[in-house]
Design a protein around this ligand. Sequence first.
Ligand code: 3PG
Length: 327
Amino acid sequence: MNPIIERISNIGIVPVVKVNKIEHAIPMMQALYDGGIDAAEITFRSEHAKEAIEIVSKTIPNMLVGAGTVLNVEQAKAACDAGASFIVTPGFNAKVVEWCIENNIPVLPGISTASELETALSYGITTVKFFPAESSGGAKKIKDLSAPYQHVKFLPTGGIGLSNMHEYLSLPSVLAIGGSFMIPENLVNDENWEELSKLSRQAVKTMLDFKLTHLGINHENEEQSKQTAQTLCDLFNFTFYNKPKSKFAGVGFELLNSKGRGVNGHIGIYTPYPERALYHLEKKGVHGINETITRNKRTNKINFVYLDKEIAGFAIHLINPDLKMEV
Ligand code: 3PG
């Protein structure tokens, strides 16, 4: 996968930004960045697009800046001269696509039908914008399109927000979601950058959806883990589960038969998108431990990974809720 496209996939959310006043460009993008979203598509729906792309690329170099609503080659060229790393178009525009291919610029042309998708494929493009997402059939349509076109990745935009983002993001064929829901115009007009930042943080929080799944406690041997599990089950009426390497008291306590990772044990955290979680956690200085990764055999997505961080003697692993303990 192209590294820019891969980064978009890991970021998971691409704000579609219209810059009405050039002096808003930096604080707006800084608010997104501070809220944990380090990508944006600056659209050519305003006359400031080129200048905004230029100053944001220079001032916030860690932000992945693309250009959106690119309607012709002149705009594509202007965007790239200004520093845009990728181009998004609302519909399939052959001239823009050809120019981007010639100039080695990742381009996500807009499609909403199988025929338009086939046109994209005929240019060797396998990553497309799905637009307008909600009014073109939503996540269900992407799912249906993915059946015949299994290698295609979609960036849906149009009508996506906190309440429906998982319908899209949970599809393996969805690269990331896009939209303007985290940058409502009234907040921009009021220059309420703090609130804007909060909305981005909320969007990332909703996407990663971290939840405690269990506390793992290390033991010297199986006899001891069994004893702890039985005590917890007796006291709190939890169900006892016997697993090959541990016992469980309910689903919330894992009593390991040995000294596992962590001085005292581990904390299990659910997230539906471990790749995206790792990307966002890396910005906080926490990384996944490669040799602990296990993957879904069909999708090759990460199911399980330990982090290189211990808290109070507890190691931490992420786990995909699809791997819910069978009870
Ligand atoms: C786009 O151009 O991608 C859409 O206009 C964004 O859609 P939204 O404003 O409904 O999020």
